[in-house]
Design a protein around this ligand. Structure first.
Ligand code: SF4
Length: 263
């Protein structure tokens, strides 16, 4: 095994800034073959990616975490995408139901510390199940969403899952999103029309008012300091210099280098 660090990706990330999301999806499929999947939480950006997989087409499964306390509209959206776009969507769930968790730990999402613990158990730990299955996960982070995402790289290493996150929509502007959604009639979670700019668990997500930041509806009861759940590593710890362990051959393919030896 060899190490691939975030710093190793600087030059490739610069080159990729000119590529369209569809080109990045094709690149990921070509480099990672069957060891790449897309992630979607059934919100706008994830649905755009699902539509692109269907339209281009690019064959890869979709990974979805059902925390057990999602809105019914979110689960219905997943089922529509699977049916109408012909996608294979793998659903991952937490070990405990919300009732079992509450019995054991109390109502965690009512405090900032508890929220971290709850998101860890209900979002991040279920996703751990994909570790070792995929070398890359397609993400839907966009710089236009601002906050920490304002500088998110297209390629980001994910040490926890030992894979590369490929944020194919990183450069997609709000105008491009709107245009893509309307011209392709992308299937959307109906909650967006009810004022939800982002959509997570039913315990912790509310609509936003006109003029509020997009993520103001997340953990509103905890105050403005809680806006991310931790499932996307680039949201959480921008100061670290993370790395993943890949074969030298895979690193060479990612970086577009010729492999001049065989192990
Ligand atoms: S969003 Fe709320 S309910 Fe959902 S996992 Fe996080 S803290 Fe728990």
């Amino acid at each position: 095994m060899a190490r691939l660090s975030q710093a190793d990706l600087i030059s490739l990330n610069r080159t990729f800034d000119d590529r369209s999301p569809q080109e990045l999806l094709l690149w990921a499929r070509e480099i990672f073959g069957d060891r790449v999947a897309a992630m979607s939480s059934m919100q706008e950006a994830g649905n755009v990616i699902c539509h692109m997989l269907h339209k281009v087409p690019v064959k890869m499964p979709v990974v979805f975490v059902d925390t057990g306390v999602l809105f019914q509209e979110t689960l219905d959206t997943r089922d529509r995408l699977s049916r109408e776009y012909g996608l294979t969507i793998h659903t991952y769930k937490p070990a405990l139901t919300m009732e079992e968790q509450t019995e054991k730990y109390g109502i965690l999402y009512l405090s900032p510390e508890g929220q971290k613990q709850c998101c860890e158990m209900r979002k991040s730990e279920p996703l751990d199940a994909v570790k070792g299955q995929y070398d890359a996960l397609i993400g839907s982070l966009r710089r236009a969403d601002g906050g920490r995402r304002g500088v998110c790289p297209i390629l980001a290493v994910d040490p926890r899952l030992n894979c590369l996150r490929v944020n194919v929509l990183a450069n997609f502007s709000d105008e491009q999103m709107e245009e893509y959604i309307s011209s392709n009639k992308v299937i959307l979670n109906p909650l967006h029309k009810q004022g939800f700019s982002t959509i997570g668990c039913n315990r912790c997500t509310t609509p936003v008012l006109p003029g509020e930041p997009k993520r103001a509806g997340r953990w509103r009861h905890l105050g403005p300091w809680s806006v991310y759940c931790g499932i996307n590593p680039t949201d959480m710890d921008p100061e670290r210099a993370p790395a993943v362990d890949f074969s030298q051959d895979l690193i060479d393919r990612i970086l577009g280098r010729q492999t001049d030896f065989a192990i």
